[in-house]
Write a protein that binds this ligand. Structure first.
Ligand code: AMP
Ligand code: FE
Ligand code: FE
Ligand code: ZN
Length: 279
């Protein structure tokens, strides 16, 4: 079993890179990809430890992109030695748009009567906060009674304090990943649309922009989704990726490797196919 979609506390997970490596070894995973939002810091820290305990660690990233005016998460995998400096520089520029958004979001929440300060969002040790951290703060301060309510009322696109981030286009993001030898995969395609006809049409269009893979195993999937996307990947000759989308205590129902109530199980062959496609 492998897991190709996980987050550390360098983005919005709660385990440190070292803790995540240890958890992966304890869970008996044969390979682990760290796919933090907009950063390789988690992968970089985890790499030496993974090597010394014989865990096959894959370098990945998850980007928040825009496609036809909708948010789309795109995974990038760099199976042959990580991304070049040029791609890392681009990550730094994406990080600054996130910081800018966070400052603006604090201001907007304050104007909605929420007592929140930027120093709470950037608490010591947290380098790249995201909306899940805002959701946790709104919950702990008693403004909402669940993280989901924080998104619904304040943070989601329809929430009263939503701040749009300057996000790269999906097409540009695919091109940048593929140009430097990476593999671009559409993350959790059911989040794009639960309507499979709509999702399939979008994926066909994304393939024209260079998309090479789709996530076929994910903890958000309902019954039948995995089979549908596996069949779709087969029909469209897309590569397959998959993982739990583990975030530690920020998504407590999701277990590393196995997802929610065991709804994820990614076979090792998935990684072998990706490696072969990487040339
Ligand atoms: P950010 O990258 O900081 O904009 O935060 C995006 C993350 O927030 C996503 O990866 C999800 O985990 C979470 N998220 C975004 N929208 C929602 C929503 N409507 N409901 C619950 N979680 C959400
Ligand atoms: Fe996340
Ligand atoms: Fe995602
Ligand atoms: Zn993710």
């Amino acid at each position: 079993m492998i897991d190709l979609h996980t987050h550390t506390n360098e983005s919005d997970g709660t385990l440190s890179p070292h803790e995540l490596v240890r958890a992966a070894v304890n869970a008996g995973l044969e390979a682990l990809a760290i796919t933090d939002h907009d950063t390789f810091a988690g992968y970089d820290q985890a790499a030496p430890g993974a090597q010394s305990c014989g865990l096959n660690l894959v370098c990945g990233v998850e980007l928040s992109t825009r496609y036809r005016d909708r948010p789309v998460h795109l995974l990038g995998y760099f199976l042959k030695g990580g991304p070049p400096d040029e791609f890392r520089d681009w990550m730094s520029s994406l990080q600054s748009t996130r910081h800018k958004r966070n400052v603006e979001l604090v201001r907007k929440l304050q104007s909605c009567g929420v007592a929140i300060g930027i120093e709470e969002v950037y608490e010591p040790g947290r380098k790249l906060p995201g909306r899940p951290h805002f959701a946790a703060l709104l919950l702990s301060k008693g403004y909402v009674s669940s993280r989901q309510q924080a998104f619904d009322e304040y943070l989601s696109e329809s929430g009263k304090c939503y701040v749009a981030r300057d996000e790269p286009d999906l097409e540009e993001s695919i091109a940048r990943i593929e140009e430097c030898g990476g593999i671009a995969s559409l993350a959790h395609p059911t989040r794009f649309s639960r309507d499979r006809t709509v999702a399939e049409a979008a994926i066909r269009a994304m393939m024209k922009a260079g998309l090479r893979a789709v996530e076929v195993h994910h903890s958000d999937f309902a019954s039948g989704d995995m089979e549908f996307y596996r069949g779709l990947a087969d029909r469209l000759r897309l590569l397959v990726t998959g993982g739990s989308d583990f975030h530690g205590e920020n998504k407590p129902a999701v277990q590393l490797g196995t997802g929610v109530n065991g709804n994820v199980r990614v076979p090792k062959a998935v990684l072998e196919d990706l490696l072969n496609a990487s040339g």
